[in-house]
Design a protein around this ligand. Sequence first.
Ligand code: NAD
Length: 256
Amino acid sequence: MLKGKTALVTGSTSGIGLGIAKALAEQGANIVLNGFGDAEGPKAEIAALGVQVAYHGADMSKPAEIEDMVAFATKTFGGVDILVNNAGIQHVARIENFPVDRWDAIIAINMSSAFHATRAALPGMLAKDWGRIINVASVHGLVGSAEKSAYVAAKHGVVGLTKVTALENATSGVTCNAICPGWVLTPLVQKQVDAKAAALNITNDEAKGLLLGEKEPSKHFTSVEELGALAVFFCSPAGNNIRGVAWNMDGGWVAQ
Ligand code: NAD
């Protein structure tokens, strides 16, 4: 379905970003990966799906590097048809103890990076009159949780940016929507599981059960494959007129 298209997925060396990149590659899209850590493993996993893959190591807290990444994708594959703004980090602390540098980093990586990548990729999409911008927000773009001030502020910002991007391009073939996952067992969440297990002197499985029990009525994690399938749906013809939604996949978290 996406043969001939190019998808740039930020923060795709791990977790949800890699899952979405694989799902788009399974539909035939060429992929530009981004993120820290090992890129060779993810590159090989994408190449095995029979599409072309490239990697750019832009630090998503740096606007100039983001611009360079979009230019690289355009030069390598002729444009960015699908932009998935996914890179993100977390820090958990009460506001009065929240390190200012973590606040700044979370706002930059989880929110401002989506603005910078979008402004760089949009002209090429509009020129082709087709594009998909998918912002990986969170249930924390819709509701709050204690000790996550920067993350919740950034994700609410991403949901707002999603609506404005959708509206500004509503008469074109470029759509913008947000995906709002609940708990997904990626390295980002495993750190929170480990912290809970250590703080309460309980096992990893008990800590997972507690995390899920606090928030997620289904009591199970959303998988990266399920999130990848939702991204593919937004890219399908059925998604042509879905504009500015924040679609939660959260086991019932925000239905409560
Ligand atoms: P993860 O830690 O597995 O992956 C994060 C990715 O972002 C990695 O590839 C990492 O290298 C990259 N990254 C981090 N800082 C970067 C930077 N400065 N520049 C470039 N890349 C950078 O985490 P994940 O759980 O897969 O999270 C992906 C997105 O999903 C995030 O935006 C996160 O907020 C969101 N999310 C996650 C969950 C969850 O439960 N895991 C729930 C809701 C939303």
